[in-house]
Design a protein around this ligand. Sequence first.
Ligand SMILES: [Fe+2]
Length: 431
Amino acid sequence: MSLRERVAAELERTRRRSEILTDAVDDADLVRQHSPLMSPLVWDLAHIGNQEELWLVRDVGGREPVRQDIDHLYDAFKHARRDRPQLPLLGPAEARAYVSTVRDKVLDVVDRLPSDPARPLLRDGFAFGMIVQHEQQHDETMLATHQLRAGSPVLAADPPPSAVVAVGGEVHVPAGPFDMGTSTEPWALDNERPAHRVDVPAFWIDAAPVTNAQYAAFIDAGGYDRPRFWSAAGWEHRVSAGLEAPLHWTRDGGDWHATTFGRTAPIVPDAPVVHVCFHEAAAYAAWAGRRLPTEAEWEKAARFDPATGRSRRFPWGDDDPTPRHANLGQRHLRPAPVGAYPDGASPLGVHQLIGDVWEWVDSDFLPYPGFSAFPYREYSEVFFGGDYKMLRGGSFGTDRAACRGTFRNWDHPIRRQIFSGFRTASSSGPA
Ligand SMILES: [Fe+2]
């Protein structure tokens, strides 16, 4: 497949997903704000088109603007999410027409793409890959909005695969340097670059993410009532926000239920816990006598191959993810049980690092040595050093185009409307 064909296919595949998410609800639901944490879905849709227009129609294509007059409405830095419903946004029909007009122009730009472009922005189709990832990231955000939406279910998918192997306990990761980040992945974003050696002391990491049953045991043991398991900031948030369980959990008699895209059912004991914030993850780890892994530890567990000493693109190797490797791409609407993806394990035997749930790690968002902002400071640089913790590995709602062993996500440590879970680590091994 030529680069032009690949770019066009990825743009098309991604747009189908945006359509599923926006066609599933009626116009009233598209313009409604389902949570102050989220934009109305119709904002995400036109924002996707506006970013595509800015980068691919105007910058790469050098074409006339389609709707310069609306740029300010869809600039995420100008208006907070909670304020977006009050803006004079494009309505559902206008937004759909707008993104389709932009896409037609972009496909024409793709047709005329030079095969060996001199501009760094066009090398290996980077600008197109960046826009595909941007749309996929907003699709995951829209999926999170669907999860917050009240009303009858509108999304459906096959259940995830069942466990086929028993996975538990922890894995020893020997001390030594490994290559973190990438200088060669063509569509990697600026914050994943460049590749650099990091020396990591020996540590142990859970072979699988923490499950619903394990997390319920923490709750039942009074984990939410004991400040000593929480950081000062975590305890303050736990009290002020009234946290008692993961978001979307309710107790029915003695049993925990979770509401997933409008359907309430008993929690799946052996599936990774989802919708916990960083503070909850850290408190669980402290209760278990452990800690969260650092970002470097997570990436070493995911990518380091002790047989060759090199870092892989993914835990299973260098091949792109397939349905046999990981629960990605909204193919299923929840995490798969632990042990469902033996073919996706890392060489050290760590499972389900990619897909299922984003995993909180105990590292701040900082640039790698040698970082340079590309193609604009607002992608990463303006967030460095802020009140963020890192999340790694992608969730069931993350597309393969926006997920790699090196991919870095970040959010405020109190956020849990995202598809976030975790696994624990320790420096001293099993107790
Ligand atoms: Fe955006």
